[in-house]
Write a protein that binds this ligand. Sequence first.
Ligand code: AMP
Length: 549
Amino acid sequence: MSGRFAEWVSTADAVRATTKKLEKNRLLGAYLARLEDADLVIAARLFAGAPFPRKDERVLSVGWSALSDVLLERSGKSGDDMRASYQRHADLGDVAHDLIAGSAHEGEPLTLADVAASFDGIAAVRGTNNKRELVRALLRRADSGEARYIVKIVSGETRIGLREGLLVDAIAKGFERDRETVARANMLTGDIGEAALRAKHGTLGEPTLAHFSPIGMMLATPVLDLAEVAQRFPPPYVVEDKYDGVRAQVHKAGDRVELYSRTFDRVTSRYPELLDTLRAIPGSFVLDAEVLAFEADRAVPFTTFQTRLGRKDVTGEVRERLPASLVVFDLLERDGTALLDLPLTERHVRLRALPLEGPLRLARQTTLDATGDDLVAALDREFLASRERGNEGLMVKDPRSPYRPGRRGMEWLKVKRALRTLDVVVTAVEWGHGKRHGVLSDYTFSVRDGDRLRVVGKAYSGLTDKEIAEMTEHFLATTTQDLGRARIVRPDTVIEVAFDQIQQSERHDSGYAMRFPRIVRLRPDKPVQEIDTLDTVRAIAKGEREAPS
Ligand code: AMP
């Protein structure tokens, strides 16, 4: 025998009647713990104040006027009575309670299953009259206390006074489970009823993620310079291009494919050209990805792509001019199993097994296992390469990290500040230390000042061991003055140097010094006559002084 709706109502009333959180908790928990499985699911969903679970997109669509017609009929009261009551309560549910009080109800007492079945029916039928008929039949069987909550839920006007957090607390208490696990199951299943059932059966940890119920997207923390990356977590580092488009969470199950935005809006119809290919991938999945356009393998700037975003109807002309591609960087669910708790590298292994073709591609990804200056130099190279592909910068991710929905933490870092670089010429070199012992690995470099060269900085080499060995030979052959530790060399080696800031300083004869200079690469393609000048250095330093910090 299914649970009485009247019992649910008296619990809801008792919870409303007390302001004490612990007491609310106890009342709810004790009630839920008494219920059979099917009733538990329904009861928890109704406490959340909605006819259907969050993952369910059905709506009742019963208009205000249909609802008030039914109420007047059910109660035998007048429109004036109703207006007066509404002025007092400002809530249609309380008005229903008020108007119906004392009038007899018909038929068998309502069960939780009856209420749920009525809501299913109301959502399924089309047309105001049909819906009104079903609401009428439901309210005929309800007493005034029951009518209050039915009307609150149908009108969707107010919540029934229970925040979801409170419900999660009560479920945790009622079944003696950990609160966080209940909250997480609620988020992943998109259904507080399902979470309650799992709490009851001790299966909260079973990893499933509901399809077509988007979850929060994991967010990244910006780093100001590349040297900061090493402070956030130890190597190795997963480095991806940061694509400058629109974030999308893609859900696929059966023949259905949907794309959701960061704000959980369904945006599927904006990108019709992606759907067939996504649908063709066997099985179910949830992807984390970025939508953007490419032209000959280079990303189209966001400002250009943006011109198609506002449109509801994506015409053939727009699709031809700016065809959307989906760059996938994470896999959150596959064939019924949630992958959120797996480390990033494991999720990527599964992601790479997906057949992505046509407009679907895998995000560009490498792993850097370096520290100190080597790491900074490698990140520099990746950053510049990403910019050259038309992308915004880099995402640096911790390979050990799980996917944390909606969280902004230190496990995903974003590097998008345009790096400053200067092309300079090497004017002096020094023997290295430690593992760079025996090679000329520390370079002093200069910019042009008319027909003179002026030193602006000194950096350890960010070059590969092979390049350093070649450079050592070259500098030994081009030394013009041997000073022991250091050597003055013929100024013929052009390198590109990145830095965080450039400031006035007495340290070098140019009158400027760089903060965190890093050698990005050799520039054998560039003649010394074309390196950057002291005027450029001056302009950058001036710009930095004036830029708001
Ligand atoms: P921002 O919008 O500047 O806070 O940067 C974070 C955004 O970068 C994310 O929300 C994604 O839309 C986007 N993004 C681009 N490429 C990636 C990637 N490889 N991994 C994660 N997010 C990315």
